[in-house]
Design a protein around this ligand. Structure first.
Ligand code: SDX
Length: 428
C-alpha cells in the first residue's frame, strides 16, 4: 500500500518518483523497483538499509530489543510453548489448536528416521571432520532420496519437505556427532519429545540405558526455540536467494547451513566458548576487552554485537536466565560462566561498547548452556543450524507461495577497467 511518495532529484532535476510502502510494523520502505529505468541502481553493500522481500514471519525492532514470530513475543514463546509448537507457528502463521498441534507432532515424530543408505554418506568423512562439514554434505544429499517429491510449485510437496527437514535434522545432527566420536548411530524413538529424542540420539549407547534429564531436555527445547528464526539474517537470505532459482529445498537448506557456519554468524557460539576458554580466568578479562577495543587488533568479543540489535538481544535475556537455571539445577560451578559474567559486566560498563552499542547476543550464553548439557563445542553451530531449519524453510515456503516471485539478481557498482585492447599472449 503506497500513499506516500519519495522524489529523487539529481542536480535539482527530479529523476524518479518512488512509492513509499508501509508494513504492519517497522520502517516504511521506499519501493525502488523503477529506479533502473531512470538509469540508477542503489548501493548498499551488506544490505544495511535494504528490504529484500515482504514477510509475515518474524519482526525485529533492533532499537527496542523486540523479536516476534507471527506477532507472538519471543519470551512468551520460549517460556510457554515448546519448539514444535513454535515450528507450527512459523510454518502456518498462527498458534495451533490442541488437535492441530497433536497432528503436527505426530507427523514430525513419524518422519524422524532417515533412509538407511543415508548413513553411508558419513563413511566418506575423515574421523576428525567438523560436524558442520558433515551437515552441509548430508543435508544437500537428502535431495537424492526424494526425486518424486521436489515440485516446489506444489504447496503440499513443499510442506512435506518442510516436515522431513524439521524431523530429520536432529537425527542427522546426532549422526554427525556419533560419527565424530566413533560411536554407533542411535535411532530416534517415537515415545520421546523432540528435545528428549535429540539428547537420546546424542548420548545413549547400546551398552546401557540412557535416561533423558527433563531439565536438560527443557533447556535444549528452549535453545531450539531461541534460534528458530530471525528475519532476513545472512543464512536465511542465502536460503531465499538459492530458493529463488528453483533449487530444491534440501539444496537450499544446505546453503543456509554453509552460510550459518561463519564465525560472524552462527559460528559465533563455538567461537564465543573458545574465546571464554582462551580468557580462562576473570583476571584476564580486562586484557581481552582492551584487545577488542584496539583498532589494530582483529580480535572481537565473540557473542557481542549485532547488525540489527543496537540495544539488547531479547533472546540473550531469556538465554541468560536459562543458563543460570541449568547450572543451578546441575549444581555446576563453571568458571567459564564467571568469566562470561565478568566479561558482560565490563563490556556493558565500558564506553567503547556502550558507544558502539555492543551487547551480548544470542550466542553469548548458549555456548555455556550447551557445554553444561555436555554438547562438545564443535556441535554448537550444528545445533544452531538444526534449530534454524524451521525458520529457513518457512521463509523458503513463504517466498515460493508469493505470486510473481522472481529469481534474486542483485546488481553492482562496477569500478573495474573498461574497453581495453587485448593483445594475444604470443605478442606480449
Ligand atoms: C548471529 O543477523 C542476524 O540476525 C544474526 C543472528 C541470527 O539469529 O540469525 O542474530 C545470529 O549471527 C548473532 C551475531 C553473532 N556474531 C558474533 O557474536 C561475532 C562478533 N560480533 C561481530 O562480528 C559483529 O558485531 C556482527 C557481525 C555481529 C555485527 O557487526 P556489524 O553490525 O556489521 O557492525 P560492524 O562489524 O560494522 O561493527 C561496528 C563497530 C566496528 O567498530 P568501528 O569500525 O565502527 O570503529 O563495532 C565494532 C567494530 O569494530 N564491533 C566490535 C564487535 N562487534 C562490532 N568490537 C569488538 N567486539 C565485537 N564483537
Amino acid at each position: 500500500m503506497a500513499d506516500k511518495k519519495a522524489s529523487l532529484s539529481v542536480d535539482g532535476e527530479i529523476v524518479a518518483e518512488l512509492p513509499i510502502l508501509s508494513g504492519s510494523a517497522g520502517n516504511d520502505v521506499i519501493d525502488i523497483r523503477t529506479l533502473g529505468g531512470a538509469g540508477y541502481f542503489t548501493y548498499d553493500p551488506g544490505f544495511l538499509a535494504t528490504a529484500s522481500c515482504e514477510s509475515e514471519i518474524t519482526f525485529i525492532d533492533g532499537a527496542k530489543g523486540v523479536l516476534q514470530h507471527r506477532g507472538y513475543p519471543i519470551d512468551s514463546l520460549a517460556k510457554q510453548a515448546d519448539y514444535l509448537e513454535v515450528c507450527y507457528i512459523l510454518l502456518n502463521g498462527q498458534a495451533p489448536t490442541k488437535s492441530q498441534y497433536d497432528e503436527f507432532k505426530s507427523i514430525i515424530t513419524n518422519h524422524t528416521m532417515v533412509h538407511e543408505k543415508l548413513a553411508h554418506f558419513f563413511q566418506g568423512f575423515l574421523p576428525d571432520a567438523h560436524p558442520m562439514a558433515m551437515l552441509c554434505g548430508v543435508v544437500g544429499a537428502m535431495s537424492s532420496f526424494y526425486h518424486s517429491d521436489l515440485d516446489i510449485d506444489d504447496p503440499a510437496q513443499r510442506m512435506r519437505s518442510a516436515h522431513r527437514l524439521i524431523a530429520k535434522m536432529p537425527t542427522i545432527s546426532a549422526m554427525a556427532y556419533k560419527y565424530s566420536i566413533g560411536q554407533p548411530f542411535v535411532y530416534p524413538r517415537n515415545d520421546l519429545t523432540y528435545a528428549e529424542n535429540f539428547l537420546h540420539m546424542m548420548f545413549s549407547v547400546p551398552a546401557e540405558e540412557y535416561t533423558v534429564s527433563p531439565v536438560l531436555a527443557q533447556a535444549m527445547d528452549r535453545i531450539f526455540t531461541l534460534h528458530a528464526d530471525h528475519e532476513q539474517n545472512a543464512s536465511t537470505s542465502t536460503v531465499r536467494l538459492a530458493g529463488s532459482s528453483g533449487a530444491n529445498p534440501y539444496a537450499c537448506i544446505a546453503a543456509g547451513v554453509a552460510s550459518l557456519w561463519g564465525p560472524a554468524h552462527g559460528g559465533a557460539n563455538e567461537a564465543c566458548l573458545n574465546m571464554l576458554e582462551e580468557i580462562g580466568d576473570v583476571s584476564r578479562v580486562d586484557e581481552f576487552v582492551k584487545k577488542a577495543k584496539d583498532k589494530n587488533d582483529p580480535f572481537r568479543l565473540m557473542g557481542f554485537g549485532h547488525r540489527v540489535y543496537k540495544n539488547f538481544d531479547p533472546r540473550a535475556t531469556v538465554m541468560r536466565e536459562t543458563c543460570h537455571e541449568v547450572l543451578k539445577e546441575l549444581n555446576i560451578q563453571d568458571p567459564l560462566l564467571d568469566v562470561a559474567m565478568a566479561l558482560e559486566k565490563v563490556a556493558l560498563e565500558d564506553d567503547y561498547f556502550i558507544e558502539k552499542k555492543l551487547y551480548p547476543n544470542v550466542d553469548f550464553y548458549s555456548g555455556i548452556i550447551l557445554k553444561a548439557i555436555g554438547i562438545p563445542t564443535n556441535m554448537f553451530t550444528v545445533i544452531f543450524a538444526m534449530s534454524r531449519t524451521v525458520g529457513w524453510i518457512s521463509h523458503w515456503d513463504e517466498m515460493l507461495s508469493q505470486p510473481g516471485h522472481k529469481i534474486g539478481r542483485p546488481r553492482q557498482n562496477y569500478v573495474g577497467e573498461v574497453d581495453r585492447d587485448f593483445t594475444p599472449l604470443k605478442d606480449r
